[in-house]
Design a protein. Structure first.
Length: 170
């Protein structure tokens, strides 16, 4: 026998769903959004440190490699420990990588911080956009469509916010 439905259970479900979607978008904005804006930092980092653009580009290439290679391991960690622990560790790694990037004393320091730490942090805290975008959207998966739109929106919002902050500070 089913439990009787209370009049406000639909409202509670909608509120819970809104909190869930809002939280997912916030996580995407913080992790994937930050990863998406590194192009805005190319000139300030290169000019401030006196390095070539290639040094910065190599760090971002390393970040992409760590992000891609880390995907299967991040999935295994989420399966084993649930999403909270990998998300927390990923957030810490991303924040640490960005903080160390700001004071990196050498190109190697930049490659380890902006490259390895941010790449691993992003893969733990956010996951994979392209799998949803390519596979899920093609078969009209609602989950993948929502994930792809959220990730794209988070990236655009992060670029907009950081650009405004950079303009305001200069």
């Amino acid at each position: 026998m089913n439990a009787p439905r209370t009049p406000d259970s639909g409202v509670s479900l909608h509120r819970s769903l809104a909190v869930l979607v809002g939280s997912a978008c916030a996580i995407s904005l913080i992790t994937f959004g930050l990863r998406s804006i590194f192009g805005l930092f190319t000139d300030p980092v290169v000019q401030g440190q006196g390095w070539s653009r290639e040094v910065f580009a190599l760090a971002i290439a390393i970040q992409n490699l760590f992000w891609g290679i880390g995907q299967p391991f991040a999935g295994a960690l989420v399966d084993r420990f649930g999403p909270v622990r990998p998300l927390a560790v990923g957030g810490v790694l991303s924040a640490l990588g960005i903080a160390v990037m700001a004071v990196a004393p050498s190109p190697l320091g930049l490659q380890l911080s902006a490259g390895a730490l941010v790449g691993l942090g992003t893969t733990l805290a956010n996951g994979c956009t392209s799998g949803h975008g390519v596979c899920g959207v093609a078969r009209l998966s609602k989950r993948s469509i929502v994930a792809t739109v959220s990730f794209m929106g988070a990236g655009m919002a992060a670029v907009y916010l950081v650009r405004r902050l950079m303009e305001a500070s200069s």
